[in-house]
Write a new protein. Structure first.
Length: 241
């Protein structure tokens, strides 16, 4: 499943003249950070590089963000925004959770370097809160409440964000680290010691991570459905006892 997202924001080239002092905004810094990450990779995201990208000084960036970590948190918030862009919830919880999962995956595929360093961060920001609300709404629609809803929300978040972040890392490493060491390649010297790995070594070498993610999401949804059935059975038993 592929979700069509809005065009990458902030990718229009800017004039190269020095900008006016005090004219820099946090939004511009985030967009510049995304451009640097998209084109040069995580290692390039420095205050000096952002100053150059923004036609300003590193000190001007410091006035808005005191550390690289703060910039990454802002990037994480922007990734949440992109994941939810034009999203509309429905009364079909399986469809909603599937769509939200693939939206995160697609954003990580479009912006792999940013996803690899920021998608797993907790921002406590409004976009993150909107994402949390969307997932909790779907889980509530499924029929879970209270502590069980929170546990299943966290399982879902760990699964989706962890997988999307790993996908970003694989794509980023292939693009910027110039390595293909993202697949499992084994040649056991003693096949008798690792018979299962030896038998499946050719399949391990060509893992389709998109298919893996699809299976992960399907397994989660099936597990959530079973949890809903168990909770309903427990509640019914308590009412009739």
């Amino acid at each position: 499943m592929t979700v069509t997202l809005g065009a990458k924001a902030g990718m229009v080239a800017e004039p190269q003249s020095r900008r006016k002092r005090g004219s820099l905004s946090t939004g511009e810094i985030v967009m510049a950070s995304m451009r640097v990450l998209d084109t040069e990779g995580p290692a390039a995201l420095t205050f000096n590089r952002l100053g150059k990208e923004l036609r300003s000084s590193p000190t001007a960036v410091y006035r808005h963000y005191s550390s690289r970590q703060e910039i990454l948190l802002a990037v994480a918030e922007h990734l949440d925004f992109l994941s939810l862009e034009n999203y509309s919830p429905s009364d079909d919880w399986r469809n909603d959770l599937t769509q939200l999962a693939w939206r995160a995956w697609d954003v990580a595929t479009l912006h792999p370097a940013a996803a690899s360093v920021a998608m797993g961060l907790i921002t406590n920001g409004v976009n993150e809160l909107s994402a949390v609300e969307a997932v909790l709404r779907a889980i509530s629609t499924a029929g879970l409440r209270g502590r069980q809803a929170v546990i299943h929300y966290q399982v879902y978040a760990n699964l989706v964000l962890g997988a999307a972040m790993a996908q970003g890392r694989r794509l980023s490493d292939m693009q910027f680290a110039e390595t293909n060491d993202v697949y499992q390649v084994y040649s056991p010297g003693d096949p008798g010691k690792w018979p299962y790995a030896d038998e499946l070594k050719d399949d391990l070498r060509v893992v389709d991570y998109v298919e893996v993610f699809r299976r992960q999401v399907e397994m989660y949804l099936d597990a959530l459905g079973l949890a809903v059935d168990r909770q309903a059975a427990t509640e019914e038993s308590q009412r009739t006892s």
